[in-house]
Design a protein. Structure first.
Length: 164
């Protein structure tokens, strides 16, 4: 299952084989690829020309031009939806103030210290939980203000580990 947001309207998209549902209703369409990023779509006897104008696969954001009008599209897959449900929104953005422990565990390595400038995706620390090492990465750019744990500390879920 996917969720797509187009112009602030959210649609739940399901797949089963080659058929689709949108908000639980069957979605019948015919799509032909004309060239890379260009498509011809027929839906309910209406014809549409579609073009992928801009695609950021990492952020899962797109700009799609349909019959000359551009639509911003944000897509969330099942993993994004699961993270969101667990309170670990993957789109936290650059306005993060703290990093909390996503689960109880043991701090086995710290990669940053107070005053370090970090970028989105940088490794901050390694948390061992259930005999697995989990690299906790920075969700946005910033400067480390405080590191509230040290190597060897046991932490609980939602404990503040790093402040920005």
């Amino acid at each position: 299952m996917f969720k797509a947001t187009v112009n602030n309207k959210t649609f739940e998209i399901g797949t089963s084989g080659e058929s689709f549902t949108v908000n639980g209703q069957p979605f019948e369409w015919d799509m032909v690829t004309i060239a890379d990023g260009y498509f011809h779509i027929v839906h309910e006897n209406n014809s549409y020309k579609a073009e992928v104008v801009k695609a950021d696969a990492a952020a899962k954001t797109f700009q799609i031009k349909v019959n000359g009008r551009i639509y911003p599209v944000v897509v969330k897959d099942k993993f994004d939806l699961l993270l969101e449900k667990m309170g670990m929104n993957s789109n936290a953005g650059s306005k993060v103030n703290v990093i909390k422990a996503p689960m109880p565990g043991l701090i086995i390595d710290l990669k940053v210290k107070a005053g370090d400038v970090v970028k989105a995706g940088d490794a901050l620390l390694i948390l061992e939980a259930m005999k697995m090492e989990n690299i906790i990465k920075c969700p946005g750019d910033g400067t480390v203000k405080t590191v509230n744990v040290k190597k060897g500390d046991s932490v609980e879920k939602n404990q503040v580990l790093i402040g920005f």
